[in-house]
Write a protein that binds this ligand. Sequence first.
Ligand SMILES: Cc1cc2nc3c(=O)[nH]c(=O)nc-3n(C[C@H](O)[C@H](O)[C@H](O)COP(=O)(O)O)c2cc1C
Length: 220
Amino acid sequence: MPKKNTAIDLNSTDIFDIQKTMRAMRRLKPDPVPYQLIEQILEAGVSAPNGGNAQTWRFLVVTDPEIKAAVQPYYKRAYDEVQKPRHDEQKPKTPGKALDQHIRNEAAIEYLTNHFHEAPVWIVACAKGANSVSSLSGASVYPAVQNMLLAARALGLGATFTARHIAFRSEVDTLLGLPEDVSSFAILPIGYPIGKFGPTRRAPLSEVVRINKWDNPWPG
Ligand SMILES: Cc1cc2nc3c(=O)[nH]c(=O)nc-3n(C[C@H](O)[C@H](O)[C@H](O)COP(=O)(O)O)c2cc1C
């Protein structure tokens, strides 16, 4: 039986505990990550479901500081020009828990934005032939991304699903040296976390699940 949302052991490698504590870990130490761990993460990635088992995913592991430093300004530009204004609009207007949470979250997002290139390793999840089947390509890459995030968490590594660079995808893909028929869909900055893992915050099932009829919420 899957566990209910009770106390979670942060050192557990039980799949249900891992899922519930796999939040975005945006503050990372610059210490290198052993090659074997990266390989374990990649093996988890390529175990994921994908359309027709065509395995059109491609992964670029980036440890070169120059390449990461060249890409980071685009990630930051996407924050400054697109994400930050949107988040500012969504900022709760009155003091309280929600505002405090928003401020904490935004600080973490801004931290990763400024330190993106300092993560010791990036895994750039890409799809081959993405230009011809654009809307479905991500669907065949993102399950691998999720598997890799779970694997990183199980290995005690922090990581974040990032896709904001897509606002400047062609510039970023050029800097990454991707071939013409390969496009990036996510960049996972990975490293040992500075902070502690903790539970994700999500709405209860009763808010997001219906059973049989749309006006019939999940009773849990
Ligand atoms: C498609 C997608 C794109 C995302 N892009 C970014 C990103 O560019 N930068 C970032 O810091 N987080 C990014 N995230 C992470 C989400 O912000 C995060 O999962 C969400 O706020 C919930 O927080 P939690 O995972 O820590 O619980 C992305 C998540 C998804 C699914």
